[in-house]
Design a protein around this ligand. Structure first.
Ligand SMILES: CC(C)(COP(=O)(O)OP(=O)(O)OC[C@H]1O[C@@H](n2cnc3c(N)ncnc32)[C@H](O)[C@@H]1OP(=O)(O)O)[C@@H](O)C(=O)NCCC(=O)NCCS
Length: 374
């Protein structure tokens, strides 16, 4: 390794590039706005516009944006046929990854990497992703897909397409806030994956497919599904303390806790916790909130570990009556905005992302021809 080369396992602490989309230095901000203010005063649709277009929209800009996104809430017939042909047991994240790949084939601008074409594709994916998730979900239950509603925002329409019923304002707002908080997080693993693919001048859909693959992992977005499974294993508030102490003794990773950068807590988790709590109270099932409280106490005391956003998100989605395999696809339906903003930004001042590795394999070997190798 030369003097100019540095090695940091997992790229911890490495500045991998520049971005004007978000920062986590001195509090998470999207395009300069504190995420806490965005969660309090805006909707996900406004945040999606902010991330993709750079500024919060004026009323007319928002209305036009929502019109474009809702017009895109449709899937090409061959993809709909494929969704019907898939086994009911298909993992929704796998279906979504495949769906985006197929959408690339039918998008008229897949091969056009201009900023305008990439913005158009980003808005279309924002509209299409919930349709693909909801349609496959309903088909897997033997139910007919529900047509999207152009008069509903992103969150309300997604919930509507899943159940066929309009969700309550409390449910819509809680889901909407979770999407605001999930939308963007600088150089996280999936956004970085998207940027690596974009840096080869591949197409936007290819970068999104790769990002979905990265998000699926339980150390990243897949954690929100594992959180609810973990709570179920913990059993309830009375058994939670013993369960978590045993899990720590077994050296298990506790999903929904810890973070590569936030070592003293994640502000997004604090914001969403209130919504998870309110939704649980409205559903009349506060058992998981109480269980979570016990686990939080033990992890803070014993390991100085704090919840990340996936911890309240998993509970919130459960309290909203949503099924566990949909939780990471919900994350995708929001983070698609951050990913696309990163892809467009990467291409705006592109340099191929190609780091070096430190070699740890054998050395000094000589090739013995196959005939002499025995
Ligand atoms: C997110 C995560 C991958 C960050 O990993 P990281 O930056 O490599 O973790 P750290 O370097 O801070 O870990 C320090 C120590 O705390 C432990 N630790 C970190 N998160 C932990 C968790 N969730 N459960 C148990 N132990 C944990 C590590 O194993 C390590 O222990 P060691 O020093 O004995 O090896 C990790 O916290 C994790 O796996 N969390 C659970 C998955 C999750 O919720 N992912 C969503 C992230 S937003």
């Amino acid at each position: 390794m030369s003097a100019s080369e540095v090695y940091s396992p997992g790229l911890e602490g490495v500045i991998g590039g520049e971005t004007a989309i978000s920062t986590i230095t001195e509090g998470l901000r999207y395009r300069g706005y504190p995420v806490t203010e965005l969660a309090e005063l805006t909707t996900f649709d406004e945040v999606a516009y902010l991330l993709l277009h750079g500024d919060l929209p004026k009323k007319k800009e928002l209305a036009d944006f929502e019109k474009r996104v809702s017009a895109a809430r449709t899937l090409p017939q061959p993809l709909r046929d494929l969704l019907k042909a898939l086994p009911a047991s298909s993992v929704p994240m796998d279906v979504l990854r495949s769906a985006v790949s197929i959408l690339a084939i039918f998008d008229p601008e897949t091969e056009d990497n201009s900023p305008a074409a990439n913005l158009g594709k980003s808005e279309r994916l924002l509209g299409q992703i919930p349709v693909a998730v909801a349609e496959q979900y309903r088909l897997s239950k033997g139910l007919a897909p529900v047509a999207p509603r152009a008069d509903l925002g992103h969150a309300a329409n997604f919930l509507y397409m899943l159940s066929g019923k309009e969700a309550s304002p409390l449910h819509v707002r809680a889901f909407d806030v979770s999407l605001i908080l999930y939308a963007e997080h600088e150089f996280n693993a999936s956004a970085f994956t998207a940027r690596v693919v974009a840096s080869t001048e591949s197409d936007l859909h290819a970068a999104v497919v790769a990002a979905i693959g990265a998000l699926k992992g339980p150390l990243h977005g897949g954690a929100n599904e594992k959180v609810m499974l973990l709570l179920q294993k913990a059993g309830g508030p009375d058994t939670a303390e013993k369960w978590i102490r045993d899990a720590l003794a077994r050296k298990e990773k506790i999903m929904g806790f810890g973070h590569r950068v936030y070592k003293a807590g994640d502000v997004r988790a604090k914001v969403l916790k209130d919504y998870a709590h309110k939704a649980a109270e409205a559903a009349g099932e506060t058992k998981w909130e109480a269980t979570a409280h016990v686990i939080e106490g033990v992890l803070e005391k014993e390991k100085h570990l704090f919840p990340n956003l996936d911890w309240p998100a998993g509970r919130l989605y459960h309290a909203l009556g949503l099924e566990i395999p949909l939780y990471t696809p919900f994350f995708v339906s929001s983070r698609i905005t951050g990913w696309c903003a990163h892809i467009i930004e990467q291409l705006g001042h592109n340099r191929l992302i190609r780091p070096r590795s430190r070699y740890t394999g054998p050395d000094g070997r000589r090739v013995v021809p196959l005939a002499e190798r025995g």
